[in-house]
Ligand binder design. Structure first.
Ligand SMILES: Cc1cc2nc3c(=O)[nH]c(=O)nc-3n(C[C@H](O)[C@H](O)[C@H](O)COP(=O)(O)O)c2cc1C
Length: 162
């Protein structure tokens, strides 16, 4: 199995999560950070499995992820597909995941995951810090990456079950 993991991250949480996912997947795995400037040209046709995900800001996934999905939807619908998000409000994870991806991709995906969250105050600007303190009621750095969820996601994807 050759897998491409496509993701976007603002403060690095999603990057940590996809590195863990790569460890749980068999075969060759390649990472594509949509926010990075020095990406190699990726040919989606070369992968039989594609995982797409990112983190949630103001209820939605980053624009780069939306753009990638809409530009490649027909190819993604031919792949073994996994979709995931990282987000701070775990009780809203299901709803926010459904908001983030096209219905056809959600229906086609073999595995949908919630990979947890991090709040990294050292890297946030003043406005973000203020919003997180007010809305999430968190005041210091916190890391809650859900290793069990990532493992389960990888297993489901590899079993090929919906
Ligand atoms: C300004 C800001 C807005 C956020 N908005 C949401 C939100 O609407 N819903 C949510 O569940 N989490 C929200 N979060 C939490 C992020 O999704 C979470 O911190 C995530 O782990 C960040 O991942 P990243 O470092 O890969 O970008 C927000 C965080 C910040 C800093």
């Amino acid at each position: 199995m050759s897998t491409l993991i496509v993701y976007a991250t603002k403060y690095g949480c999603t990057e940590k999560a996809v590195n863990r996912l790569a460890d749980y997947l068999d075969g060759e795995t390649q990472l594509l950070n949509l926010g990075s400037r020095d990406n190699k040209v990726i040919k989606l046709e070369e992968y039989d499995t594609v995982v797409v995900g990112g983190s949630i800001y103001a209820g939605n996934i980053q624009q780069e992820v939306k753009k990638f999905c809409s530009e490649n939807i027909n190819t993604l619908l031919q792949k073994k597909l996994g979709l995931f998000i990282c987000c701070g409000m775990s009780e809203k994870a299901g709803e926010q995941l459904e908001n983030s991806f096209d219905k056809r991709l959600l229906e086609h995906s073999l595995s949908k995951g919630y990979f947890g969250y991090e709040f990294n105050f050292d890297r946030m600007n003043f406005v973000s810090r203020f919003m997180v303190k007010k809305l999430a009621k968190v005041k210091e750095n916190k890391s809650e990456i859900k290793d069990e969820n990532i493992k389960e996601f990888a297993e489901k994807l590899q079993r090929g079950e919906g």
